[in-house]
Ligand binder design. Structure first.
Ligand code: JFZ
Length: 580
């Protein structure tokens, strides 16, 4: 009886803490400065690499015993509670006979990527390389080949950098690994130390010593791994692979660069060496149903935005259980790569945008005194508006077009006059030669011919709470938004904006919550809008009305919550589109 109560109590505790412990498993990661320039060169100049999630989970492809798991595919064992023995038995069926390392390297190369990082062992604990530990692709499957050897060789041959992902903390099939069995096969309690000594450390040594020189060891989800283990791993990598970069997810600030939260292009420029990892659909590993492929436009937009924010873009693909790259992935990666080959200067060795944030029609990167304006949404009226450019312009050319590009100034704004037809898709590039280093006032613009999104990230907040909201759409599919909630009666969000042209603008607020909040928006010219609209459970844009700017120039907009759930109503952005 006592035991039963104890068990019920424990189960309840587990349920309550599930969400919290998930966060702990993922853990947080940072980085300390002091990196070697040689080690960083590929990362800093290349700006674009391929990530590959491939393992036993790829064989399941998001399905177990006829049931689909709608979430990141490589978590299927844990999320569908597949037992260790059932899961480990899958190795006998795993035969990725269509795996072609050269083809993958060809796709990466044609995509314009400069390196490949592949999962050598994910949280499932299965080694995709020949290992002394028996749960590996060479010894436990009918495939018998070492695909990591093949891929390392193919990358070298193609002139691509190469590196391994290795899940050092989580191991769901090794006793003692985080998320793994609590007992050893003989019934004794398992310890992390034993897992570390017998599996983790020896395997990291294997990947560091048997695959030639590496550019990356990408450890992941440090969770609560004790520091001494991380120090040992870092030392091992430094000793055996002096040219390899460690990402911050090794834990304890021991990385060479920061790996941002997944699938996130940050809204404003970030200094230092950092990367964002993203995936070509919603899952990292292959999932049979997941057709939410990024097309070339989306791939390029996110790549250019990441480089514009000062970062490096690591874009993932998930080969299937036969080792094939889904055709839609190859198609659009290569299509994006063809564009990059026409505009390599936009990506390789490119610096951040002087504007500090994305622009409504696209984004900007720099090469010394050249500003690359990457235009995804071609202006219908032939005017490309740029707020706050402070450097003087020497010349401007629309690449791939002989049409001259002229420019005019209106206050702090610059307009480039463009031909009606855009010369290239999914984006055209205007190279602007500046007389000196690119410099701009980073105030958000309100554009006369394009919708402006003012994120709360850029607002000053009084008597309300501005905080990052992180949530999962499908399991493991992270979304991020800085938002404002916990409004006190006098709580407000205030944006400074630079208005190019006086006139009427359609104003939407993007928020979530319950019921029907009442919002008030007020400009420093005394123009107000007050309106009630429904809130929904996800961020959704709701129209507030037409707001008039009487004069152009620097204005402020203040948003207050007049009525509604003050704790939970969560504001993400304000949008302004010129009325037509
Ligand atoms: C981790 C893994 O659990 C996942 O399977 C995948 O490999 C991904 C690339 O990395 O997931 C994470 C890790 C860190 C965060 C979110 C998901 N984070 O810091 O927001």
């Amino acid at each position: 009886m006592k035991n039963k109560i104890m068990l019920a109590f424990l189960l309840a505790l587990v349920a309550v803490r599930a969400e919290e412990s998930m966060d702990k498993l993922w853990g947080s990661a940072g980085v300390k400065g002091g990196t070697k320039a040689e080690r960083m060169a590929l990362f800093r100049d290349g700006n674009y690499g391929m990530f590959i999630h491939w393992g036993l989970f790829s064989h399941l492809g998001g399905q177990w015993r006829g049931q689909t798991f709608y979430g990141i595919g490589e978590w299927i064992k844990r999320q569908m509670k597949i037992s260790e023995s059932d899961y480990m038995a899958l190795a006998k069926e795993f035969n990725p006979s269509d795996f072609d390392a050269r083809e993958i390297a060809r796709v990466a190369k044609a995509a314009g990527m400069k390196w490949i990082i592949i999962t050598s062992k994910h949280h499932e604990g299965f080694a995709m390389f020949k290992s002394a530990h028996p749960f590996n692709i060479v010894d436990a499957t009918p495939f018998h080949r070492d695909p990591m050897k093949e891929l390392a060789a193919a990358c070298r041959e193609a002139g691509l950098g190469f590196g391994f992902y290795y899940s050092h903390n989580q191991d769901w099939t090794a006793p003692g690994g985080s998320g793994g069995p609590a007992q050893n096969p003989d019934g004794t309690p398992a310890t992390f130390e034993k897992y570390f000594r017998e599996k983790c450390y020896p395997q990291v040594k294997e990947i560091c010593t048997q695959y030639g020189p590496l550019n990356y060891i990408w450890f992941d989800t440090p969770g609560r791994i004790p520091k001494e283990f991380v120090m040992e791993l870092a030392e091992l990598v430094r000793k055996t692979q002096p040219g390899a970069l460690l990402c911050s997810r090794i834990g304890y600030d021991m990385g060479d660069y920061v790996s941002k939260g997944d699938m996130e292009v940050p809204p404003r420029n970030i200094e230092g060496d950092w990367e964002t990892c993203d995936t070509t659909n919603d899952s990292w590993s292959y999932a049979w149903y997941d057709q939410n492929w990024k097309d070339a436009r989306e791939i390029l937009l996110r790549l250019v935005q990441t480089v514009g924010r000062g970062g490096t873009y690591l874009l993932n693909i998930g080969p299937d259980g036969k080792g094939r790259v889904p055709p839609q992935v190859a198609k659009y990666l290569v299509k994006a790569g063809e564009w990059i080959k026409r505009y390599p200067q936009v990506v390789y060795g490119a610096g951040p945008s002087p504007f500090g944030h994305a622009l409504p029609w696209g984004d900007a990167t720099t090469q010394s005194n050249t500003l690359n304006l990457v235009v995804f949404d071609w202006p219908g009226d032939g005017q490309l508006w740029l707020p706050g450019l402070q450097s003087e312009i020497a010349s401007a050319t629309l690449i791939g077009s002989s049409a001259p590009v002229t420019w005019t100034k209106r206050g702090t704004w610059t307009a480039f006059q463009l031909p009606a037809a855009r010369p290239d898709a999914p984006a055209a590039v205007i190279a602007v030669q500046l007389k000196g280093a690119p410099k701009a006032d980073q105030t958000l613009g309100v554009y006369p011919n394009a919708p402006a999104t003012l994120l709360v990230e850029f607002a000053e907040v009084q008597n309300a709470e501005k905080k990052e909201n992180r949530w999962m759409e499908k399991f493991g599919e992270w979304k991020h938004a800085t938002q404002i909630s916990k409004w006190q009666p006098d709580g407000k969000a205030v944006w400074s904006v630079d208005v190019c042209a006086a006139g009427d603008y359609r104003l939407d607020l993007v928020y979530k919550g319950e019921g029907r909040p009442v919002w008030r928006i007020e400009s420093d010219e005394g123009v107000t809008l007050q309106n009630q609209q429904a809130a929904s459970a996800i961020y959704h844009a709701q129209p507030m009305g037409l707001l008039t700017f009487k004069t152009p120039g620097k204005r402020t907009l203040t948003v207050t919550l007049v009525e509604g759930d003050r704790a939970k109503t969560s504001l993400e952005a304000l949008r302004l589109s010129p009325a037509e």
